[in-house]
Design a protein around this ligand. Sequence first.
Ligand code: GLA
Length: 417
Amino acid sequence: MNCCNRMFKAITVTCILALLVEVHTLDNGLALTPPMGWMAWERFRCNVDCENDPDNCISESLFTTMSDLLVSEGYADLGYKVVSLDDCWLANERDAEGKLQPDPLRFPSGLKALGDYIHAKGLLFGMYEDYGNYTCAGYPGILGHLEVDANTFAEWGVDYLKLDGCYADPVEMDIGYPEFGQYLNATKRSMVYSCSWPDYQRELGIIPDWESIIKTCNLWRNFDDIQDSWASVTSILDYYADNQDSIIPNAGPGHWNDPDMLIIGNFGLSYDQAKAQMALWAIMAAPLIMSNDLRNMDPKFKAILQNKEIIAVDQDVLGIQGRRLSKEHGIEIWTRPISPTEENFYSYAVAILSRRDDGMPYKVPITLSKYGMTYSLGYKVTDLYEGIVLGEFDPDAEFSVFVNPSGVVVLRCDLIF
Ligand code: GLA
């Protein structure tokens, strides 16, 4: 290759890279796979009554305890690294210099110290704030203080910020969320930026500016808050499936749809329903942010959260979000293209989800070609919850699985080379 050719090639590669960075990622280089961790809200809410309920109130000891358990119970080694505050950590007023401050009784050591504690455990420090005048629970929001608050988070060692959208005008979020993102970037501290911007716009019937959201945020909420029930989980699944053509293309390395927290191990889901939430979140390439009480985890639920094979589907490097292919007789087929690939063929994760309630496991016949798997050498099929290889199947071969009521069977179908 002569020197002009070489230069031309170098310039072309640089331009292509610059274009990719410009179009597809924000400049923080974070969250190349969906974030994983623990967050207070769904399970511990806005319990500020430390006098009567010291073990469960929003306080520094709740977060140091959960940090300890993430490590000692083996969650951190599997990727659950972010320990995140949610609402109700703040004092009612800013300090004399106009900076945010935590409630002094519940966070007596301050948030820099909490961040240091979390980091010393090898974990990441997650923060919650709100773009508006107040957080959803009525504590000070960041509006009017964007620069000083971004700097405060950087000083405290924050690694992940969830920015909610109560008490704000959703139309103004198109300017406000990117503006705050620029202040975060200007601190030079790497912070994963989790936005609620599209959810608040959806509620008003505004079609979100996805191009700008993808460029600005590492993840974003699309839909309602999860609650502790199967009805809530299925309403979220239905929202994502019913809107999948517009939602799925926005996901990819560095930028994810967030269907909200994992509620596995709490009060509302049966064992089968918990398996289903974990599996479907993995199919959706969702962040795996638990909100549960790690002090009291039934080993069965812990095993679901720690299922390495399901986590591997969630964290697949291709970062392609899966979709619902069909819904018939209360049985839904969800598929997600995953690695390894060969030529234009993908391996797949398949979740066979039962929304039925008629008492006994339901037999579901399967032919891989009907799910878009047409690789002529076939697929090695593994049942990920059972941990058994079901066999090697040609695309047109038929086999069947049995799915429990409101349960799931998850298959990994690897291309055979
Ligand atoms: C909103 C968010 C929730 C939680 C609460 C806290 O509802 O969507 O995830 O952060 O606010 O008040």
